[in-house]
Design a binder for this molecule. Structure first.
Ligand SMILES: C[S@@+](CC[C@H](N)C(=O)[O-])C[C@H]1O[C@@H](n2cnc3c(N)ncnc32)[C@H](O)[C@@H]1O
Length: 441
């Protein structure tokens, strides 16, 4: 129940009647504090549950308002000093002011609320969550780069939460330390280019072969600038790629070497445009748990949908008779086949298929177990086909609302959730990944 400090009618207001004292009830899925005032929800960014806060109302909509946090009168015992100096301006993390161990319970609670409200299920079989180190975990990040002509300076950073402008950073503590260490030297290097405004984005990836930097450019890069970039890559022992509108070029090392990461003792080769999971430790725990929950048998078949480069397929193949990996991006399908071949795995086949095209789904075979790991938008088109299956279905979700929406037809078709958990793939951020096992009785 929302509490307005001085009671509903006597809520303290400024002369403009736009300031309120509120108590924060919960956190929204955007990681904003949620309070209530005169039966309207008030979202307060940066406020935490249990806090007494003084708020200035900003946006006022019919059913909710947005409040700016002006003062914290009583702070939550779980409020901590953000470990990043850029937290207040940078849009990438939303939860650094909440103790790391308190973040996941809030994320689980959020998913719980959505499941109970929208699916009307009460007994949710929550399992132990997959946790993560709070900092230094992120092995891939895309940062914006901008040249400020007036100041003659290059800034690198994430987009600011509020206005989508680039917030300049010189450190990002959630990045793997080897990646974080590249931000300032790269800023210095880009400042020395003749064509400073040409680079608009920098992607950082940690691979087993070392750090990878992918620079997105909007015009051709001339010889002198290339030399500077190559010497940067040499000096920092990183792989450097230049990405144009339709081009991707490895600038250093001179002979491009394959990149890979480890999962379950397999090294999986990937290329820089391929999807890879952002947190290596959580990825490993997730793949292990997927294998346990699916409880695969040697005479069974497994369908791995939205398979990427085989992150689940390669580790799980030895548990089944045969496995079909389905992925929409053709080159990644080739990577699955290549990774299987390198590891002498002969029971995997891979298929390129657009799983959002319902007319193509007849090509999917039946299987004893199905694992699906769709993008944020979920797998709505696939649901009618999945509902007709008898398989055990493991759904990996990077967006809770997509999981809840897609779970509805499965439950209506006679599946039930046997197990569900949350995974802290991205601590300090609002993002929550989850995994649910659906079975028929
Ligand atoms: C969240 S990633 C998961 C990848 C992989 N399971 C992993 O763990 O690395 C989603 C994958 O779905 C693929 N994808 C997205 N839309 C698709 C579609 N319509 N049809 C098939 N695959 C699609 C993407 O290319 C990406 O590889």
């Amino acid at each position: 129940m929302a509490i307005v400090r001085n009671g509903k009618k006597s809520a303290k207001r400024t002369e403009k009647a736009q300031e309120l004292d509120l108590i924060i009830e919960s956190l929204s899925h955007e990681a904003h504090g949620v309070a209530r005032h005169e039966s309207k929800v008030v979202f307060v960014p940066s406020a935490l549950p249990g806090e007494q806060v003084h708020v200035r109302l900003q946006k006022q909509q019919r059913h909710f308002s947005q409040g700016q946090l002006m003062r914290i009168d009583q702070a939550s015992e779980h409020r901590v000093e953000p470990s990043c100096p850029h937290f207040s301006r940078c849009g990438a993390c939303q939860l650094q002011h909440l103790a790391t161990e308190q973040q996941l319970p809030h994320k689980q609670d959020n998913l719980h609320q959505q499941l109970t409200r929208q699916l009307k299920i009460t007994d949710i079989p929550w399992q132990a969550p997959i946790t993560s180190d709070g900092l230094g975990y992120r092995r891939r990040a895309r940062l914006g780069v901008r040249y400020r002509k007036q100041q003659d300076e290059i800034i690198i950073g994430f987009r600011e939460e509020a206005n989508k402008h680039l917030a300049a950073i010189d450190t990002c503590p959630v990045l793997e330390p080897t990646l974080n260490a590249l931000i300032v030297p790269m800023q210095v290097c880009l400042s020395q280019l003749q064509a400073k405004a040409v680079i608009t984005q920098m992607e950082l990836i940690a691979s087993d072969q070392g750090s990878v930097v992918v620079l997105r450019h909007i015009k051709a890069i001339q010889k002198d600038d290339r030399l500077l970039l190559t010497s940067f890559a040499q000096q920092h022992a990183c792989h450097l790629y230049l990405q144009g509108d339709d081009t991707l070029e490895c600038v250093y090392p001179e002979t491009e070497t394959a990149l890979s990461y480890q999962v379950s003792g397999f090294d999986l080769e990937f290329q820089v445009k391929d999807f890879i999971q952002g947190n290596a430790k959580v990825n490993q725990a997730m793949v292990d748990l997927a294998g346990q929950w699916l409880d695969l048998k040697p005479n069974e078949t497994l369908l791995d949908l939205f398979a990427g480069i085989g992150n689940f397929s390669i580790p799980l193949a030895s548990k089944v008779k045969s496995l079909l990996a389905v992925e929409g991006v053709g080159p990644m399908v080739q990577r699955i086949e290549h990774n299987a071949k390198r590891h002498n795995i002969s029971n995997i086949s891979a298929m390129a298929l657009n799983l959002a095209d319902e007319e193509l789904l007849f090509r999917l075979p039946k299987a004893d177990a199905i694992l699906l790991d769709p993008p944020r938008t979920g797998a709505a088109t696939l649901m009618p086909w999945l509902c007709k299956q008898k398989s055990r279905i493991l759904y990996i979700a990077c967006e809770p609302s997509s999981l809840v929406r897609d779970a509805k037809p499965l439950l209506e078709a006679g599946f039930r959730i046997e197990k569900i958990t949350v995974m802290d793939m991205f601590p300090q951020t609002k993002h929550v990944e989850s995994m649910a096992l659906f079975v028929r009785d």
